[in-house]
Write a protein of this length. Sequence first.
Length: 227
Amino acid sequence: MISTNSRLLVIDTSTGYLSLGLHHNGHTHSIYEAVGAKQSELILPRIRQLLETANLTLADLNGIVYAQGPGAFTGLRIGLGVATGLALPNNLPLIGIPCLDAVAAQMPDQPCVLAATDARMNELFYAWYDTRNMNRLTDYRVDSASNIHLPNGHLHGTGVGNAYALDIELPVTGQNQMPQADVYAQLALTGHYPVTTAAEASLHYVRNKIALTATEQAARRSTGQPA
């Protein structure tokens, strides 16, 4: 059972950053660094560093929180692999947090928030939220910026996520800000997300295709769409 006193390891490898955290004694101690393709090389040493600094072992934890996606395909697989690999021998439960939920949580008490992140291939992962009432207003989606519109019944809103670092036009203004481990930990502690075994843990991709074939790219170009 996860409670506010739980000791949690947090793993987010959904972007080019390695974001890790250790929540205990009511605080989350975080590591957040740009590592590019070195996530698999650095993730275990950094986790060891967090545990040693807190004088804890994996056996002292109550669970592992992991970023469930959508996000970078390879990064998500690394994160889930490490989370399940550490959870199994220590009999630790897992809590998957959808990445866009964590992005939106950075803008609390807002009636209409666009959480949008870079999905590559000229597309964005996104969803709309009412963070004032902790409701998601739309499905998790992937699409081009030009196809993102305010949800029905809303004339104004605000946005957040690394999509705001891109040279694109979005329907609302926002902040280029991504969640760190403390946001994932706090969401896990709300009790709104299922606690699973390592065998039951899963990822949320949204996009089924990881890349377009050469034929599909040519087809998109012929219709004036970016490849």
